[in-house]
Design a protein around this ligand. Sequence first.
Ligand SMILES: [Zn+2]
Ligand SMILES: [Zn+2]
Length: 154
Amino acid sequence: MTGKIKNCPMCGRLFSDTGLHVCMDCYDKIERKEHEVIEYVRDHPKSKVPDICEATGAPEKMLKKMIREGRFIEVGVKMTYPCEKCGAPIMTGKLCRSCMEAMRMDLQRQSAAITASRQAERKARGRGMYSKKMMEVIKDGNDRELPKKRGKWQ
Ligand SMILES: [Zn+2]
Ligand SMILES: [Zn+2]
């Protein structure tokens, strides 16, 4: 498998990225660190994210990723991290359920407003087309359509 050559975000070395996003050495390091974190959590099931970071030296980002991936559920620990908006404990995503709901409502309101303005625009444009078409029909009826028809049938 060949990947894109780029600099490893952890050690800066050039490597071929096959989807791991870091070089093999760093990937190994991460795997070992994750293992260490899981061991620690298994031994200290009541510990919070900052405690684990301090004890294992693992970055918070790594812990969040592991929580999202359900890595601690595997060892029977329900680990949570704070919602990015209100700080409520969550296990997946970035926001708690109520912040997600609030955001969803917000998005809905925004898209409803966009739809409404698009509809108004379409209506206005439609009305314009309609009256133009009406004008054509009237015009055709008066000086083109009728003589042509008459010519055809007579
Ligand atoms: Zn690396
Ligand atoms: Zn929240």
